[in-house]
Design a protein around this ligand. Structure first.
Ligand code: SDX
Length: 433
């Protein structure tokens, strides 16, 4: 709290109110409106929460004007260049970089929770082979709330930690099982001798009839993408997890709600939509036509992978992913993906010189280049958002833990501006026209 206040005046009644202002470590101050309705009978109105801080958090900081992203104070560029996904997961969950022993214990715990109960594996047989993997993943993750009765006391820190490790460990296994089901191939069990990202690649691509050699560039690329997708403040899916969890719902159900929210093309589903868009554009010659469509108010077409609610500058993650694209295409020999990458680079160049995109601060976001890497690794487009969900599970869990352990925490319940029918009496059908 600071001694700063914000004054609001009702110009009809002359009623004015001094609202307290809270100051964070960094970023904009917040005006505390918690007593506004009780004392002055009005709500604030902010559809889409463009100017609304929904909670206090110490996990991730974003400066959209400067293109800054910090996980627990550490710049994303430093973590991407020097850390790895499991260490970043520990940092997001516990708030500090782990000691050697802490990292070894955490990594060991995750490794030894990667298997999933054989019963949910049979759930996959209930899905048609062409079910969207996000539907399968959210269904199976939600079903875990029916399995782990031994650790569901959400007011018990030990149970909360067991849940956190279990769901982070199992989400790659569930993702790989969804992929194998869609391919009609046998499920591949996790291996405890592999690191998190190599294990995922092995569960995706190995088959029982021959050895599978993990390409280290592929594992490195996945690890980088997972670091960059791990958390992002109060985005749509993370806010969904917080809201669902605020009712005291089973945490696996809250994470499943996050998976569903991420699925939308305006959010995590954009990486899948970018590939479809690039394939629709097809060639550099067609770019001007599609850029014109993106600018046309009467055309619902948008440049997928461009724009962001917070970043009004380059999304720092997009720059790091673009650099990894070069490395993967060079190292993996994905010649068939090079034209797609060249098309994406050309589209970025055209858009960033266009007045419309400059004026509206529309830059490539995290989803613009990630799909090109996933495709070069052999991951199908339908699995791109699942890959996003695997990484973001760490952020969802970190925010759920922060929300559920807040002693001031309460159920989230927004209000509204009602513009429906005024009070009226029921008319029996016999009396209606
Ligand atoms: C993610 O929140 C997060 O942090 C999300 C995320 C995370 O890590 O969790 O970063 C991940 O979801 C990235 C965003 C992925 N989505 C896309 O790439 C889909 C395409 N982008 C947009 O639909 C849009 O930019 C959003 C959804 C990302 C942001 O929408 P906003 O903040 O509500 O902005 P808006 O829709 O009001 O757009 C502002 C203006 C509008 O024009 P005007 O009405 O002011 O005239 O910009 C235009 C929009 O029409 N605009 C675009 C555009 N994005 C915005 N025009 C063309 N192409 C686009 N991509």
């Amino acid at each position: 709290m600071t001694d700063k206040t914000f004054s609001l005046t009702n110009n009809v009644t002359g009623d004015s109110v001094e609202l307290p202002v809270h100051q964070g470590t960094m970023g904009p101050d917040v005006v505390d409106i918690g007593t506004l309705y009780r004392n002055h009978g009005v709500f604030t109105f902010d559809p889409g929460f463009v100017s609304t801080g929904s909670c206090e958090s110490q996990i991730t900081y974003i400066d959209g004007e400067k293109g800054v992203l910090l996980y627990r104070g550490y710049p994303i560029e430093q973590l991407a260049g020097k850390s790895n996904f499991i260490e970043v997961a520990y940092l997001l969950l516990y708030g500090e970089l782990p000691s050697k022993t802490q990292l070894s214990d955490f990594s060991g715990s995750i490794t030894h929770h990667t298997m999933i109960n054989e019963t949910p594996l049979r759930f996959f047989n209930g899905f048609h082979y062409n079910a969207h993997p996000m539907a399968m993943v959210s269904g199976v993750i939600s079903s875990m709330s029916a399995f782990y009765h031994d650790s569901m006391k959400i007011d018990d820190p030990v149970h909360r930690e067991i849940f956190a490790h279990r769901v982070i460990a199992k989400i790659p296994t569930v993702a790989a099982a969804a992929y194998k089901h869609s391919m009609g191939q046998p499920f591949i069990y996790p291996r405890n001798d592999l690191d998190y990202c190599s294990n995922l690649l092995n569960m995706f691509f190995s088959v029982p009839c021959e050895p599978y050699e993990i390409n280290p560039i592929a594992a490195e690329a996945i690890d980088l993408l997972f670091i960059l997708h791990a958390d992002h403040e109060q985005n749509c899916s993370t806010s969904t997890v917080r809201l669902a969890g605020s009712s005291g719902a089973n945490p696996y159900a809250a994470i499943a709600a996050g998976v569903s929210a991420l699925w939308g093309p305006a959010h995590g589903g954009a990486n899948e939509a970018v590939l479809k868009m690039l394939n629709e554009i097809g060639s550099v010659e067609n770019i001007p036509k599609f850029v014109a469509r993106a600018k046309d108010k009467n055309d619902p077409f948008r440049l997928m992978g461009f724009g962001h609610r917070v970043y009004k500058n380059f999304d720092p993650r997009a720059t790091l992913i673009r650099d990894m694209c070069h490395k993967v295409l060079k190292g993996m020999g994905g010649a068939e993906n090079a034209p797609l990458f060249e098309l994406a680079l050309a589209l970025e160049e055209v858009a960033l010189k266009d007045e419309y995109f400059i004026e509206k601060n529309l830059y490539p976001n995290v989803d613009f280049y990630s799909g090109i890497i996933y495709r070069a690794l052999g991951i199908p487009v339908s699995m791109f958002t699942v890959m996003f969900a695997v990484a973001r599970t760490v952020g969802w869990v970190a925010h759920w833990l922060e929300m559920i352990s807040d002693p001031q925490g309460r159920i989230g319940r927004p209000r509204q501006l009602y513009t429906g029918a005024a009070l009226r009496d029921y008319v029996p059908v016999s009396g209606r026209d």
